[in-house]
Unconditional design. Structure first.
Length: 422
């Protein structure tokens, strides 16, 4: 893959050119490359004003899934960046040159930046981060036939927020981010000019530590953290996961009592303030809010009846975020909502899940030291720390036995035939 860079007005344009090995790689990959250019409007910042290591890092995050065995960066980077990035890249290598005259990027600024999506998780992250945090929202331009309606949800929230138009999600087929941290690319490119020294993400406990999936993941010592942490640090930036120890239940609690709460909307199908009430995120969120605020008027029955997406997600084995679904069902009076019985019978309701409204304190290592205390204090205003017993529930999380049990299989087959009776 060869990448070049050009400027058109305020837009910075990445141009991707595939080579034989990339096409070979893509032919056996689940995702495709549907475009060859990505435009990012950085509001007048010129290519020459951006440290080449930040451009190098952005190029890697953009092309990561598309590269066969060689990646040629659009600029000469520092020797240190090239060496450290190549030390962690295993499926392909960066084959372009470095320039010994370029000093590695080492930001003077110390402001925290946050890759902000407007959903509950990144709103919760913003709520516990320092007030000088710069949330950067990537605004995807609407294209015809798109199922999303982004409606630039944030303008005035009392933060130094940046809304950056960027179409890089269209590079990928199906449309989406081409790597886990690609939504931080605008923030990374802006970091130098805004004095930003660390890049935060709204990654939560479920995604980091695997709870709700089949097995616990030792995230802070795991390969994901090592890979992305090394890449960011090669470009002089610290990675930060302020809510890595907070579950989806915890972020709902934070967002529910934070002044930023109104802002949060995880549903990307509906319009601002009007979630679609048909998608899986809407269903999970409403189910949880019924558990957290019993008696709330929510029409879950029609969501289950009318949304094939909800039916498909609930028919998955395991269900995505099964821990949160179970936590919710345990706290809902099934007598009042008898249509949830089939779902309840599918879940391991004997699980002790009180840990989900507590904070997993070993995750503090995922927060830069500079503002770690601040985040810990803020989180402690919303929730308790997990006890040792609760930590061990997390650290021993393993759904295998339950998923293999007759009880779960029977519940699954009853639930998946239930849709016809609804
Ligand atoms: Zn929705």
């Amino acid at each position: 893959m060869r990448v070049s860079l050009s400027q058109e007005g305020e837009d910075i344009i990445f141009q991707l050119e595939t080579e034989e090995a990339d096409l070979e790689h893509l032919s056996s990959s689940k995702i495709g490359l549907s475009g060859t250019t990505a435009k990012i409007n950085l509001g007048g910042i010129k290519i020459d004003d951006i440290h080449p290591d930040l451009i190098g890092l952005s190029t890697i995050l953009m092309c990561h899934q598309f590269v066969g065995n060689e990646l040629h960066l659009p600029v000469l980077v520092s020797e240190e960046f090239l060496e450290r990035a190549n030390s962690i890249l295993s499926k392909y290598k960066i084959c372009s040159e470095s320039n010994p005259e370029i000093a590695a990027n080492s930001p003077i600024g110390t402001r925290p930046g946050l890759a902000f999506s407007g959903g509950a998780d990144s709103t919760a992250a913003l709520s516990v981060m320092p007030g000088n945090t710069v949330p950067v929202f990537m605004n995807r331009p609407i294209r015809e036939g798109s199922m999303y309606d982004s409606d630039a949800p944030i303008k005035k929230i009392g933060y130094d927020v940046r809304v950056i138009d960027c179409d890089l999600e269209y590079l990928r087929e199906p449309v989406g981010f081409p790597s886990d941290l690609a939504h931080a690319i605008p923030l990374i490119l802006l970091s130098e000019s805004m004095g930003i020294g660390s890049i935060a993400f709204g990654t939560i406990l479920e995604s980091a530590y695997g709870i709700g999936h089949e097995h616990y993941i030792d995230y802070q010592n795991g390969s994901h953290m090592r890979f992305y942490g090394t890449l960011l640090s090669a470009a002089g930036l610290e990675i930060s996961l302020p809510v890595g120890g907070v579950s989806e239940v915890g972020t709902a609690i934070i967002v529910g009592s934070s002044p930023l709460g109104e802002l949060a909307q995880s549903c990307i199908r509906g319009k601002k303030g009007l979630p679609c009430m048909r998608c899986w995120k809407c269903f999970r969120k409403e189910l949880l809010s019924l558990a957290l605020s019993p008696g709330k008027d929510i029409d879950l029955l029609s969501m289950m009846r009318n949304s094939s997406e909800v039916q498909i997600k609930l028919s998955a084995y395991p269900i995505s975020h099964e821990n949160v679904v179970t936590y919710s069902i345990q706290r809902i009076d099934i007598g009042e909502y008898p249509f949830l019985r089939a779902l309840r019978n599918r879940l391991d309701t004997k699980l002790e899940l009180s840990l989900l409204d507590c904070w997993y304190s070993p995750s503090k290592i995922l927060i830069p030291e500079r503002y770690r205390m601040h985040v810990m204090e803020k989180i402690s205003k919303f929730m308790k720390r997990m006890s040792k017993e609760q930590e061990s529930v997390l650290e021993n999380w393993n759904m295998d036995d339950y998923l293999l049990s007759e009880e779960a299989k029977k519940g699954h087959s009853q639930l998946t035939t239930y849709w016809q009776d609804l």
